[in-house]
Design a protein around this ligand. Structure first.
Ligand code: ADP
Ligand code: ASP
Ligand code: MG
Length: 408
């Protein structure tokens, strides 16, 4: 008997009626003689609503309580799924992260899985359990507190479990047919890809394509987990993640992705001396800010400006951590400028390694539409720019056209 992991996202478990779709897919795998580990997300918008409640209390919060609250959505969906499967005569039970246990770091709201104990699961499978339904997104820290793995983290729970249990494959069921050239909700010209390399998917995910959690792709790559993305509402073949060598025709650009809610923060007139950047980013890291793009201007009169980007919902915490540094005389700056109306758009492709002129095409395409580029960053297989948020959809559409992605 082989074990497979099936993960159902929020929209695939949004209500009891929708959950029955998942039940029939799970039953089919049981009938194929598989042992099944099901990982579920919270139902529909549950997690977003929990975040809203926390923010009604304060935008600056205790991350341990944040996690204790956020993890509850998956407790409900996993138990409901167990009840639905039991009703079909399937021997199923739910598991919360700590019961497995899924051990994580204590980096609350963005914890990393350290290890997964498989003994409890294996014993129950031996005793006749057919399906283990595991609450995604959550784990337990070394301090014995509930942690969460970052928004969208149930994908990571699924891949980590597949790696730990040496599952035959891990199928991620979501609300689109697979991985597309860009978010199909932004342009109907987006094309589904039959295959995508782990490397490209890693960039797409980390740059904003929420269809897979970044860490899940990293783990799949590291532990050679066979990963597929499928639609839970139909029967398509989805998208298979594979090694770069398994893609015959290397596309120059495979996908365009974006991160809508970014903020650009600039510290003006920071002393230009060794160690200052270290202090700035130490303040931010202590407040768990996910700093993304960074630029430092050329120094003038021994003063320099430091610009960085982070998600908009972390701006208040970033501001207070920098002000704290200033008040404690650890950090000196004249002013903090904050622009919360920016988005990041990125193009990704392994073919960029061997082709030139890609940046020029990207910048000219945006320029022709009068879209100003505020910050640029590049790596071997991606180019990202920060632009005004109001141009985001237009930018995705014109770049999709410019790189002829509707023809892949
Ligand atoms: P789930 O709740 O199943 O985890 P998510 O909302 O996290 O689903 O991810 C699926 C969504 O990702 C899709 O509905 C789609 O709008 C979005 N998405 C963004 N970029 C892409 C892409 N390149 N391919 C497919 N979907 C994408
Ligand atoms: N429920 C969590 C979230 O909304 C985890 C997940 O869906 O993967 O981020
Ligand atoms: Mg998701």
């Amino acid at each position: 008997m082989t074990t497979i992991v099936m993960k159902f996202g929020g929209s695939s478990v949004a209500d009891i009626k929708i959950m029955k779709n998942a039940v029939s897919k799970i039953s089919a795998e049981i009938n194929n003689n598989n042992k099944v580990i099901v990982v579920v997300s919270a139902m529909g918008n549950t997690t977003d609503n929990l975040v809203k409640k926390i923010k009604e209390v304060s935008t600056i919060y205790d991350a341990t309580e944040y996690d204790a609250i956020l993890s509850t959505g998956e407790n409900i969906s996993s138990s409901l799924m167990a009840l639905l499967l039991q009703k079909e005569g399937i021997n199923a039970r739910s598991w919360q992260g700590w019961q497995i246990p899924i051990n994580t770091t204590d980096n609350h709201s963005n914890a990393r899985i350290l290890n997964i104990g498989t003994k409890n699961l294996e014993e129950k499978f031996l005793a006749g359990m057919q399906v283990a339904i595991i609450a995604g997104f959550q784990g337990i820290s070394t301090n014995n507190r509930v942690t969460t793995l970052g928004r969208g983290g149930s994908d990571t729970s699924a891949v980590a479990l597949a790696a730990a249990i040496k599952a035959e494959r891990c199928d991620i069921y979501t609300d689109v047919d697979g991985i597309y050239t860009t978010d199909p909700r932004i342009t109907s010209n987006a094309k589904k890809l039959d295959k995508i390399s782990y490397e490209e998917m890693l960039e797409l995910a980390s740059l904003g394509a929420k269809v897979l959690h970044t860490r899940s792709v990293e783990l799949a790559m590291q532990y050679k987990v066979k990963l597929r993305v499928l639609n839970s509402f139909n029967e398509g073949t989805g998208t298979i993640l594979c090694d770069e060598e398994d893609i015959m025709e290397k596309r120059v650009v495979s996908g365009i992705t974006f991160s809508k809610n970014e903020a650009k923060l600039t510290l003006l007139s920071v002393k230009d001396k060794p160690g200052v950047a270290g202090i700035v980013f130490d303040c931010l890291s202590k407040a768990n800010i996910n700093v993304d793009m960074i630029i430092q201007n050329i120094s003038d009169n021994n003063l320099t400006d430091v610009t960085f980007s982070c998600p908009t919902d972390q701006v208040d915490m970033a501001r207070s951590s920098l002000e704290n540094g200033k008040n404690k005389n650890i950090l000196e700056y004249k002013k903090l400028d904050v622009d919360i109306e920016v988005s990041k758009i990125s193009i990704v492709g392994i073919g960029m390694r061997s082709h030139s002129g890609i940046a020029q095409t990207m910048f000219k395409t945006l320029g022709d539409e009068n879209i100003n580029i505020k910050v640029i960053s590049t790596s071997e297989i991606k180019i990202s720019v920060l632009i005004e948020r109001k141009y985001l959809e237009l930018a995705v559409q014109v770049l999709h056209e410019a790189f002829e992605l509707s023809k892949v």
